[in-house]
Design a protein around this ligand. Sequence first.
Ligand code: G4P
Length: 531
Amino acid sequence: MSQDYTQEINRRRTFAIISHPDAGKTTLTEKFLLYGGAINLAGSVKGKATARHAVSDWMEIEKERGISVTSSVLQFEYGGYCVNILDTPGHQDFSEDTYRTLMAADSAVMVIDASKGVEAQTRKLFKVCVMRRIPIFTFINKMDRDANDTFELLDEIEKELGIATCPVNWPIGSGKSFKGVFDREKGCILTYEDTQKGTREGETTEIALKDGETARSFVGEELYGRLLDEIELLDGASAEFDLGQVRKGELTPVFFGSALTNFGVEIFLQHFLEMATPPLPRRADIGEIVPAEREFSAFVFKIQANMNKAHRDRVAFMRICSGKFDASKEVRHVQGGRTLRLSQPQQIMANERKVVDEAYAGDIIGVFDPGIFSIGDTVCAPGESFAYEGIPTFAPEHFARVRQIDTMKRKQFVKGITQIAQEGAIQIFQELNYGMEEIIVGVVGVLQFDVLKYRLENEYNVEIKLENLPYEHIRWIENRDIDMDRLTGTSDMKKVRDMKGNPLLLFVNAWSVGMTLDRNEGLILSEFGRD
Ligand code: G4P
């Protein structure tokens, strides 16, 4: 290592926000940026009008944005930290990319709507965080609206997600009677005042819990009494705060607040940045790569096609894992076996692209991809050669059989669908004992079906028909020596292979998965596909 980048790397915090649509992810991100001074006014992260779109609007949206919201990485400085927020698109944009983005983050912020509790999309994204064992910080949002019982909310997180919770603060009332939170560490009440505008200086006063008279006069007799009872119960029942457990993803610190009215956001940000880890070592085929002890290295976690329609260009998004990126230097693309200079390196902000000359471990860069990169590829310093552990394939949830309308265009069809699958937008499967004449497409979000149809027509001049299939569950078979023909499952089960030739099974319901496991002793099924 020629230079010491420890300081730059250690001040980096790279995280993704996971939530169900409408829990308040965008609003919270806006407030973070406000504190970071990255934008002057909250509300300019992304146009709501473009963020909420119907499936049929996809083309228009792409045109309008020029770049999909799915590509946003926001960077800002706060309190000496350099913070990278990776957007995990929801709504109709939800796709496998949403999962892959989590592979590039070092920690996750989970936003939960206090009146809804744990919802479907949060549950799915949470599973990936658990697989990676990254720290998860919980922000229970919308306390200015009527909320579920606090103990029940925590119970739900523990039971549904299987992670212990440790409230860092505790809400006093909710909705119209929301009075603020009790800071357990400081032993004081932080008062809430509805600013509505969410200005930077939310007028919060600290009242020591011991100062009963002042506290009572602010929160009222009833809520004060209830707070004392709840704190007592909490001190007896909840997990002790343990930073080690937090960093292993076994315990989630919980904060309460209201992103919209900007209450509890800065405290959350401060605690979160202190508790979260800087970029950690990552596993490669030669062992662990320590961020500050190696020259530049990165891996590709996402490929975005058609950033510029006129040129059919692609952008490969890379997470830097070690050292410093210097745009003037050459790098080695390990899987391609070539040394090259990364072209047009840029940071993709919400509404703009900014050229970057240098970046450090923890940062994300997007580079022009002439079609050489695949998801999971490693780039490193020219003198080195190692490969980071691959990115798993995530289970699609919607399946369709693809039929080509003009069978004369077989070649274009196979080329197009294979390329789109390589970019990671869709997964393709073949029925056992069939060739490419029977293709089943699997996607994580249904919008990807429209994307596939549109792209095949526009880029490859191939028209297709999609016929929806009823499968909802997919399992990769872990047993290497399996005889697929002898496997007995339920009548609705389908045996297929993925692009790499791995055998897997499609099921209509969870019951069939269980039944098949029962009928085949020793069968090991997995929800993630590996290289
Ligand atoms: P998302 O990115 O997770 O999908 O959620 P987003 O921030 O867009 O918030 C969804 C809706 O919830 C928005 O209302 C937003 O204003 C509201 N919201 C977010 N945080 C809070 C909060 O702390 N308290 C309350 N009361 N509301 C909150 P909308 O009406 O759908 O959009 P808009 O018209 O306000 O932009």
